[in-house]
Design a protein around this ligand. Structure first.
Ligand SMILES: Cc1ncc(COP(=O)(O)O)c(C=O)c1O
Length: 364
């Protein structure tokens, strides 16, 4: 057994509370698909998938077929979507692992129609304004009708994705309008797939008219409000992830001595330094150097000097008592991950997704 170093804790009860919060918003008849792509936004895909399904989610989704295959190998048996575009070379993986495919273009649909051994469950993706993937809501209408009429495919769903749902702009309403028009046209022809869906977390929180038959909240399930206070009730979301480390080394340096590469920080007085086994090799970015505090023995202590690949230093002079092995909290209830994304000018998704595979994930 090795000594405790740094680790991520994921609180199952927070994931469950967040699922329950969104269930309360969408009601019992709208399905909830939870994206667990990018290793569950850095939380750990398999354990997250299990936790959210136990808490009442209906399906989970990944971005790539390899992620789906890995979840199946780990034993996840529930409904599992690959949200990225289907490629014909991956057909056997979809069939062997029972994955639900996203169809974004006519080539993929026609291939499946002629080559899939049994009808594969598919969701057709439509571009209503994100301009990333899918058939165009207006220009490709004929093609959409043709594809949805192809034999040999189980068209279970049709969906789109929002580009601005986390902002108070009209773009989302325009996307909803375009999607509604398309669905009405398909209904008129009797070929509307049963499960329409559009809403990511922000869409789910802010646009009840976009709940359709399913929603796909990711970041809200992990406990963060992508609308940053705009969405009513989102303050109830509970971040599930916390990041912990331990004091691995303690030393004193004199006033005027510098700390770490480049001597970016100079001790303003005789200073006691604690070294934590956590660095940019764990996905904790170097650009955060000197820009945040950690908590040791109930006190907030500033990180000082450049973050190294495997280590970082903290000024613990203010602590009367400290010992090797003391636990340290870097992300937690009073140390939100958003302070790190704000400091780096990015979104909280990037902070949690980047936390490295070297850090054990402990589900509690
Ligand atoms: C297709 C799709 N649906 C849903 C989501 C979830 O988004 P969010 O985490 O903002 O809820 C994503 C994430 O990027 C996505 O790509």
């Amino acid at each position: 057994m090795s000594a405790p170093g740094s680790w991520i804790e994921v609180d199952r009860s927070s994931l469950a509370a967040n699922v329950a919060h969104l269930r309360g918003l969408v009601g019992p008849s709208v399905q909830i698909l939870v994206p667990v792509k990018a290793d569950g936004y850095g939380h750990g895909a398999f354990e997250t998938a299990r936790a959210v399904m136990d808490a009442g989610a209906d399906r989970v989704g990944v971005a790539r077929v390899e992620e789906g295959a890995e979840l199946r190998r780990q034993g996840f048996a529930g409904p599992l979507h690959v949200l990225g575009p289907f490629h014909p070379l991956d057909l056997s993986e979809f069939v062997d692992h029972g994955l639900v495919a996203t169809i974004c273009d006519p080539v993929a649909a026609k291939f499946l129609s002629t080559h899939a051994p049994d009808a594969l469950a598919c969701h057709l993706k439509v571009n209503t304004g994100m301009s990333r993937l899918g058939l165009h809501h207006a220009n490709d209408r004929e093609s959409i009708v043709e594809l949805l009429s192809l034999p040999g495919i189980e068209w279970e769903g049709i969906f789109t994705h929002f580009s601005h749902a986390d902002e108070p702009r009209e773009d989302t309403s325009r996307q909803i309008e375009r999607f509604d028009l398309l669905l009405a046209m398909l209904e008129g022809k009797g070929i509307r797939p049963p499960v329409a869906h559009a809403a990511n977390s922000a869409g789910t929180l802010m646009h009840p008219s976009a709940h359709y038959q399913m929603v796909r909240p990711g970041i809200a399930i992990y406990g963060y409000d992508p609308t940053r206070g705009l969405a009513p009730g989102a303050a109830a979301l509970r971040p599930a992830l916390s990041l912990h480390s331990t004091v691995r080394n303690l030393s004193w340096i004199d006033e005027g001595e510098t700390v770490s590469y480049g001597g970016m920080w100079t001790a303003p007085r005789r200073t006691r330094l604690a070294v934590l086994p956590l660095g940019y090799g764990d996905g904790f970015w170097r650009c955060h150097s000197g820009a945040f505090e950690v908590r040791i023995r109930g006190r907030f202590c500033p990180q000082v000097g450049r973050i190294c690949m495997d280590l970082m230093m903290v000024d613990v002079t203010a602590l009367e008592e400290i010992a090797l092995g003391d636990p340290v909290t870097i992300i937690g209830p009073e140390l939100p991950a958003q302070r790190l994304s704000d400091a780096a000018g990015t979104i909280v998704y990037e902070i949690t997704c980047d936390l490295g595979r070297r850090l054990p994930r402990v589900f509690v």
